[in-house]
Ligand binder design. Structure first.
Ligand code: ATP
Ligand code: MG
Length: 183
């Protein structure tokens, strides 16, 4: 199983439909500052059901919709964002009888998200269930954000311990314990 294509339409800085074709193995996205590299990663988490606007580096969810640009070649804002992710499933890793699976998420400025699997409208839950045993999906994939590697390399031993505890899911219990002891 591998990611095959990612298509962005009206998502963040990608006003026109843009398709990235991915090969098995490592994909490297390069480009100048502000050219949209992180937006591509945001699109990937968004199509898999990300709900936190903060994780998508925005203030509110509708910030993922192309907001328009100024200048002589400026374009007006769009009313919707759409991202499609096509996964190669020839090895049957996803529990669905298709060799190729396309997940689509659409969001309208008026509110609300729609999901589809191979063109059939579905619920977010269906997308989550499809991905849940595959090593990708809401909690199973790992995205190391910009600056995080630097932060780990330059962290003090205490901070490094906090990173590991966060990854292991221990941190929330430690916070709860500290809060309880303060009372
Ligand atoms: P860097 O190398 O600095 O990390 P990058 O390639 O990761 O840059 P991104 O953060 O992906 O860049 O893209 C930032 C650009 O996306 C900014 O120019 C910002 O204005 C634009 N952008 C973000 N959201 C929207 C939106 N909703 N509509 C239009 N443009 C947007
Ligand atoms: Mg970036």
């Amino acid at each position: 199983m591998h990611l095959k294509t990612l298509t962005l339409k009206g998502f963040k800085s990608f006003a026109s439909a843009t398709t990235l074709r991915l090969q098995p193995g490592i994909t490297c996205v390069v480009g100048p500052n502000g050219s949209g590299k992180s937006n591509v990663v945001d699109a990937l988490t968004w199509v898999m059901g990300e709900h936190s606007a903060k994780s998508l580096r925005g203030g509110k969810m509708e910030d993922v919709i192309f907001a328009g640009t100024t200048g002589p070649e400026g374009r007006s804002a769009l009313g919707r964002a759409e991202v499609s992710l096509t996964i190669d499933n020839t090895d049957g890793a996803l529990p669905i009888e298709f060799a190729e699976v396309t997940i689509t998420r659409t969001m309208f400025r008026t509110g609300g998200s729609e999901y589809a699997i191979n063109g059939q409208n579905c619920r977010l839950l269906d997308v989550q269930e499809l991905l849940s045993d595959s090593g990708i999906g809401r909690e199973m994939h790992v995205i190391v954000g910009q600056g995080q590697i630097d932060a780990v390399l330059h962290a003090s031993p205490e901070e490094r311990r906090a990173f590991i505890e966060e990854a292991a899911g221990v941190l929330k219990h430690r916070r709860r314990k500290e809060k309880a002891l303060r009372k």
